[in-house]
Design a protein around this ligand. Structure first.
Ligand SMILES: Cc1cc2nc3c(=O)[nH]c(=O)nc-3n(C[C@H](O)[C@H](O)[C@H](O)COP(=O)(O)OP(=O)(O)OC[C@H]3O[C@@H](n4cnc5c(N)ncnc54)[C@H](O)[C@@H]3O)c2cc1C
Ligand code: SF4
Length: 329
């Protein structure tokens, strides 16, 4: 590991002034960044610790929930308003990592965590366009069980590893940013980028820009009647093979509102817009859930190692929505 300087920021303004220029990285809980530094996948001249900045969760006047970027994954999962109004988010967080890691990991760091592609972490031996642009991609034709079936490119087939972000995208979360050019707010759904020819560019975050908060719009029936289901090789302490965040409102037997986002299928949390559009106004039946899921997955381009994901995602979407529909299915 290359030596680096460490500074702890007392407030956002100080973090931004310390975070400009050169080889500076913001540090949340360190549960991903420190591993990356240790394994020489990343390097930094200076770390600016932002884990003590905005650690509160506040309800706004219009009923939104404003979550500071340094709130820990544990605190967010346990918050009473998250558990009651946005249960898919609480369950997604609790499906991730271990209790010890969730106690350290922050919301900002979770959004920014890097892929778990094994070749990305093998800085000494593997070719990886994300780590070293132009070097190639050993996952294509290699071990790609965990890799993308949607939105991948010929340069990178990595998936985004976050459970939390899948639920946040299904909940229409906004991300608040502050940086050298001022503050801005945008949908989290547009924050992570598909790889294209530049897999090294993963988000729209600009140099020196800081995530300050995540905002959840006011709860609805579909956010309250919601679930997160993660399928993995081990029953705990494992990243998702695939995951489904689902929310549903059924009125008179028909789908009035539906939220579906997928994890483990793409380089970003994947909002299943095609499936949602197919379902709105349709009878809330398992057959329709299966058909809508198939429509979402029609553009999938699997590889030998991950073709199983297509059927698995389809069945998991149908299972989640059928469970949420309850007696009305
Ligand atoms: C063994 C293990 C198992 C895991 N299993 C899962 C799992 O099943 N599901 C899952 O979702 N995750 C899992 N994780 C990942 C874990 O959730 C992330 O490591 C964690 O969320 C990162 O948060 P952090 O605060 O520690 O980030 P850090 O490691 O501190 O930082 C990560 C990145 O975010 C950047 N950053 C941090 N804060 C900000 C900010 N405010 N603004 C801008 N950039 C920022 C850093 O510069 C760095 O690039 C696992 C991790 C480990 C080690
Ligand atoms: S899939 Fe992406 S992260 Fe993995 S080796 Fe290929 S380029 Fe690197």
């Amino acid at each position: 590991m290359t030596p680096f300087a460490y500074r702890s920021a007392a407030n956002c303004a100080e973090a931004l002034s310390l975070g400009t220029g050169g080889d500076v990285r913001f540090l949340g809980g360190g549960t991903n960044l420190v591993d990356l530094l240790r394994q020489n996948v990343e390097s930094a001249a200076q770390l600016v610790d932002v884990s003590r900045l905005s650690g509160s969760i506040d309800e706004t006047d219009n009923g939104s929930l404003l979550i500071g970027a340094s709130v820990t994954n544990s605190a967010l999962a346990a918050h009473p308003l998250v558990r009651s109004r946005y249960p898919m988010l609480s369950r997604a967080l609790l499906a991730g990592a271990s209790a010890q890691i969730r106690n350290m990991a922050t919301v900002g760091g979770n959004v920014m965590q890097r892929t778990r592609c094994v070749y990305f972490y093998d800085a000494d031996g593997a070719r990886c366009n994300k780590r070293q642009p132009g070097s190639g991609c050993d996952a294509i034709g290699g071990f790609n069980r965990y890799h993308a079936i949607l939105g991948a490119s010929q340069d990178c087939i990595a998936t985004h590893p976050s459970d939390m972000c899948v639920a946040l995208v299904a909940l229409d979360a906004l991300v608040h940013l502050d940086g050298p050019d001022g503050q801005r707010t945008m949908p989290l759904a547009g924050f992570h980028q598909l790889p294209g020819t530049h897999p090294e560019i993963e988000t729209v975050l600009q140099p020196g820009e800081l995530i300050t908060a995540i905002e959840l719009p006011p709860a609805t029936t579909a956010t309250t009647n919601s679930e997160y289901r993660k399928v993995r090789d081990r029953s705990s302490y494992a990243f998702a093979l695939i995951a489904v965040a689902g929310g549903l409102e059924v009125v008179d037997g028909k789908v009035a509102d539906v939220r579906i986002a997928l994890g483990g299928v793409a380089a970003k949390p994947w909002r299943a817009e095609r499936a949602e559009a197919a379902l709105r106004g349709s009878p809330a039946t398992r057959a329709n859930f299966m058909a809508a899921a198939a429509e979402e997955l029609a553009p999938a381009q699997p590889l030998d190692g991950n073709a199983f994901k297509i059927g698995l995602v389809q069945r998991t979407i149908a299972a989640v929505l059928t469970s949420l529909a309850g007696d009305q299915a």
